[in-house]
Design a protein around this ligand. Sequence first.
Ligand code: FRU
Length: 581
Amino acid sequence: MILLLVFGTACHSQKNDKNKKEAKVDFKIATSFLLIPVEENAADVKMIIQPVDSKTSEAFYVRLAQNKIDYWVKLDVKKFKGQQLSLTFENTENSSLGLSNIKESDRFEFEYNEKYRPQFHFSPEYGWMNDPNGLVYLDGEYHLFYQYNPYGNKWGNMHWGHAVSTDLTSWTYLPTALGIDSLGDIFSGSAVIDVNNTAGFGKNAMVAIYTSAGKVQAQSIAYSTDKGRTFTKYTGNPVLPNQGIADFRDPKVSWNEQSKQWVMALATKQTITFYGSPDLKKWSKLSEFGNEMGAHGGVWECPDLFPLIYEGKNKWVLLVSINPGGPNGGSATQYFIGDFDGNTFTADNLPYPLWIDYGRDNYAGVTFSNIPQADGRRIFIGWMSNWDYANDVPTKGFRSAMTVARELTLKNNGKHLMLANTPIREVTALRGKFKTITNQSIHKEKSLPDVLSSFNGKFEIEMTIQRQSSKILGFGLTNADGDYLNFTFDLEQNILKVDRRNCGLNDFSRKYVSEPIAPLATKDSYNVRLLVDRASSEIFINDGETVMTNIVFPTQNFNSVSFFALNKSWEAQDIKIYEIK
Ligand code: FRU
């Protein structure tokens, strides 16, 4: 529900050139926001915002309502208070429904309880979101910036949205941090704390390093000396101009103690190029990685390079998101483990491609910088969607959520070194009241009807699955409409399969309907943790050895758990179901 407080009047005018229709509406700005009515399936039109008597203007694209109003988006006009502002819409009739329904308002509030609105995962207040950006910790706050369209529920008008948290589970929205400028949209990037003031923006300045995506892609910086509340773009942008490569983006920067310089990992078509800098302003190429390594089914994006200790030794991990070309179609994140000498990354000989998450909905994930040494964790957040259908998922008012924050560690899965990921302890601390279920012997099928009814669509299930006589077994979540989400352990082939094909809304995209699979290490016993938050499922096997994240749109909340054995029998053990607070 959107609460509107409306006053003021607008005056319309129309200009009809031969080929181009424009509709214009003027406002004397007395409120903080103009609320623009949007129709999801209307054509994008250019909206030009210009104070009357001024030469400077801003422009965004918006699906201005033509036939019906699906939702409103907010245009922040505080800075124009007292002025006469005109909004010009290209390719728009003066009589268009949207034009006459623009509202002047001081409020724009949400119930935050819409169908499919996650409750313990981050989602944008309204509008479109993709990649997490600029993950950084400073003075007790975790900052989450993100790819954001404040003017609609589909990708476009890329800004950096911003939220902060003290525990990585509950978030406070802050105003948009970085907006479009003459160099282009603000694409993905990272943030660092410049402890030694190498850039000269001030000691402990927060510096954002991002891609300016205009005619070409180039890297720019902006800094904040007020804990990320406001940013100033550096006048010397771009600091790393385009080098003749179309896909040249997503800088992830960290300070390298060995080579005593800032190191940027940058996605360059289908490789990662490393650049070095003494001051975040001058960058020079160090090395390039990735030719003939790993998966190359699509463009490489959103790299991250960081060290992790394994058995007392420093190893380096390189994350690389790829789209398309994921193991189950569309977007996914692969990783490499190896060494980095301050200039060059060398991968260990491992059976690449290796994937951080085999589900279909964990993309563009990166890790926090500046986590205090006393904490020492490597904390990761991914975008819980897939470019195959991200623009079409059936949520209203907002699109997409992030994964829960996860801790990354190196472990040996019995065959080789691998990167495991598990929910951070702050997520585990969200567990509330729980039900302990006695061990269940499954011959064919067994159901625990209504066992989830009291959890309001958000819960965690834990259990142990031993290698027993049944070799194809599993469990599923169901609801009163007969939707089901099944997790099948095929211990003959050693794979985990997630079946979301018959789990509520699924006709919004052909590419969404699928049954992703993940390899399972051959073990005697599998510990299962499954987190469900209305429209998402994140399953972690054996402390993050096998992980699958898949979004789902059940027509109502899951209320029952069922177990099944496709051959012989098995016993589900140590079953606990937790409420998530
Ligand atoms: C990854 C990505 C990035 C880019 C951003 C644009 O999902 O394509 O490579 O910077 O999204 O929104």
